[in-house]
Design a protein. Sequence first.
Length: 630
Amino acid sequence: MSRSKIIAIISPLRCAFVAAFVAALGAAFSAHGATLGAVSTQRTAARPDLQTTAEHTSFKKTGRYEEVIRLCKAYQQAYPQQVRCTSFGVTPEGRPMMALIATRTGAFTPEAAKRRGIPVLLVQGGIHAGEIDGKDAGFLALRDVLDNRAAVTSTTSALEKQVMIFVPVFNIDGHERFGKWNRPNQVGPDEMGWRTTAQNFNLNRDYAKADAPEMRAMLALVNAWDPLAYIDLHVTDGAKFEHDIAIQVEPVHAGDVRLRKIGVAFRDAVIKDLAATGSLPLPFYPSFNVNDDPASGFTDGVAPPRFSTGYFLTRNRFGMLVETHSWKDYATRVRATRNTVVSVMSQIAQHGAEWRKAALAADLQAAGIAGQSVELSYKASEKKRAIDFRGYEYSRTMSDVSGALMTRYDDTKPQIWKLTVRDDVVPNLSIVAPLGGYIVPAAHAAWVGEKLRQHGIVFRKLSKSFIHAELEVFRAEKVTFSKGSNESHQELKVEGKWQTLAKNESPGAEAQLGASIQPGSLFVPTAQAKSLLVMALLEPQAPDSFLAWGYFNNAFERKEYMEDYVAEAVAREQLAADPKLATAFKDRLDADPEFAKNPAARLDFFAERHQSWDQRFNVYPVMRVGVLAE
């Protein structure tokens, strides 16, 4: 028999064997988190147009953003009944912000999903574009689910019970700032994007203040679709240890009590699924209490609403932070992230309808918090519990480079670390919600109104001044400006309290404070589903309020002064006219040495009691109101 005939007989048999072998490997990956190469090989034969650069390069590289645009369109073409490719914004450098909407319910619009009560899941990759596992993992997970290779029971696909929105890259301009050393603490891919945007914003500090155009586009997408769960895919830096992924969910420690129970179940189910695939998941962020010192242990907590998990709990929705470990290779990290996305989709398919009802019930509960104490920040108590943590042998020796103790790991020698974690999380700041709501004076109405609209918060513009309304005014007793800039802001912390300013109670104060309550001012009611978010933004002491981010710094800057010789004359007049004031001044000198040796403070003691004193100085411009009548 000729050589060509032998090849003609053997080749089909060899191809059939290879195809069967590859299919078996692919099935093993879907069920048990096996090697990524198995999936990529099978898909090369079946659908080469849906392959990623990561798959082509055995997860050595990741693609540029043009690949996301191509794949978004290709997925819609390959699955026309199940996928829509859409753009929801444009970056400062002019790139389209792409999202894939995947479902088998036919609900490809927010209105349709809401009308039919279908849970919506939003999965976001690349908010820190150097941490790009989520992009490649999301495409893999979505493709497997669309092909009924994952998140499917014997009769039902997860996509029959939800709408899944996948944003492959959030920080797109940062993604295109490609380089080999953009993540020096990370193993692969060969090149990756940059942490911040083209405007140097860290998007994962921007949910509350929404400075970045990208964040405003994302919030518009969120407002439209109202996702039940928002999955934020990251890669953590840090020490070397065996654990490959951390899963944090809120509400768990904070937010609506009923949603906390669901949050715990959600988190634990995903962790269980990941453990079944061979991962070593953690339920907390593995950052040491003392930098670079493993023996210091860990502390859990609740992120403020500048972060995704802290933000979505204020909307009565679930936020999940996924952090793979930077010292694992890219294939391992993508596999763990892919398995997380599949697990989340399975959980939403099983429980999403029930969880959505609970979230809507939490909205109703939130609309009735007026007069109740509301938790606005949290901390871990001093309670500790012992844990076995899977690390590596390490030493801590003095460095002749830095002059500090330096930790050196031997990742060939696994070691169980006996550590402690503080995860008993308790409220740190609680404020009673206003009975009516907040008043934003007309002078600030334009920019505050725009911020409130970006968050989907309900408010209305006042057509005339107040009638018979008691106002609460926050007077700062201590004001601390940050020494440096953070995310382009000089942050501000204030200590003080709300004080009731009743009609005609203090004519001088009311004349100055009340003058700002003019037509065009905004009324932001407490009675709304996003009341917790309202308080997070407008309560002056909340960690991510507009005040805390420095938007109202002008109100705490003194603009008018007396010359010292004028202040001296005023002080002498006041001392002569008011014996009680003279006694109070002497008592203050005797009791407060710092005051006694501060000439400016001594003169201000009298200036503050003079009718020329600015009654608005150190007074927060936003007020609270009980009963509102127009």
